[in-house]
Design a protein around this ligand. Structure first.
Ligand code: APR
Length: 256
């Protein structure tokens, strides 16, 4: 593993554009469960209850959705960036990060110190709520307070439309600007580093392929194997926090 960490540090130092691609595995060491590991979200909840069509179809399914979303928001609200998030923020400060494309909705890249324009949130964010009808934005904690006080399903104060966390659910269209920018960045980089993703959800999981086809080096840092491992230039199986801390350490040593 040491060998691999040193190699990634060298590639980061010499790369012109390094893109980091993050999945839920980046945040498990911050106390937020991922989706497909044992004990993950999809073991606890049925993904179908999160389908966008269900949410807009009935009051009952919106009520069920908000009950689950409230449960999932607890660990997100409490979570602090772990050494992997902090390393990604430090790489930006060292001008060694083109951008971080994240599938995560926990806002931990912002908390870690990455700047807004360097973060591409492909699946939206759980940190605020929007009205599906008029797009009005609400603070997430304000809406959680309404639910705590007994509201079953929150509706918009202005237009009465249904409120939903600003995350992208299955069946909901991807955010156009972010998706376009992620494709553009993935095709223009010369180093693409996946951290903590099973790489099974499209279109996000096509980004490593776009990078590889544009002759970027592909690195995968993940606890378990992924379908892209054999096409990667380097795979490190292990915990994201210690691995990213090691890579950052080697980058700093070689640059000092
Ligand atoms: N360090 C490294 N890898 C880890 C760690 C860790 N501490 N914890 C978990 N992993 C790995 C797991 O081995 C797994 O392969 O992270 C991966 C997480 O995979 P998923 O749970 O499928 O998460 P992700 O790839 O982000 O899912 C993509 O699916 O349900 C949708 O919208 C949801 O954005 C999510 C998307």
């Amino acid at each position: 593993m040491e060998e691999g960490i040193r190699q990634v540090a060298q590639w980061i130092i010499h790369a012109k554009k390094t893109v980091i691609f993050a999945g839920a595995g980046l945040s498990t060491e911050s106390g937020i469960p991922d989706f497909r590991s044992p004990g993950g979200v999809w073991e606890k909840y049925n993904p179908e209850d999160f389908y966008f069509q269900n949410f807009i179809a009935s009051e009952a399914s919106r009520e069920k959705y908000w009950r689950m979303a409230t449960e999932m928001y607890g660990p997100i609200k409490k979570a602090q960036p772990n050494p992997a998030h902090l390393a990604i923020a430090e790489l930006e400060r060292m001008a060694k990060l083109d951008c971080v494309i994240t599938q995560n909705i926990d806002g931990l890249h912002h908390k870690a110190g990455n700047s807004e324009e360097k973060i591409i949130e492909l699946h939206g964010t759980a940190t605020y709520v929007t009205c599906l009808n008029c797009k009005k934005r609400y603070d997430r904690d304000e809406i959680q307070e309404r639910l705590r006080r007994g509201a079953k399903v929150p509706y918009c104060d202005d237009c009465g439309g249904p409120l939903k966390p600003a995350t992208i659910s299955f069946g909901q269209s991807m955010p156009e600007r972010e998706t376009e920018e992620a494709y553009q960045r993935s095709s223009a980089c010369d180093l693409f580093i996946v951290i903590g993703s099973s790489l099974v959800v499209q279109p996000a999981a096509s980004m490593p392929l776009v990078a590889k086809r544009s002759r970027a080096k592909l690195v995968i840092i993940n606890r378990d194997p992924t379908p892209y491992d054999e096409m990667a230039d380097l795979v490190i199986h292990g915990q994201a926090g210690p691995i990213m801390a090691g890579i950052l350490n080697d980058v700093k040593k070689d640059l000092s």
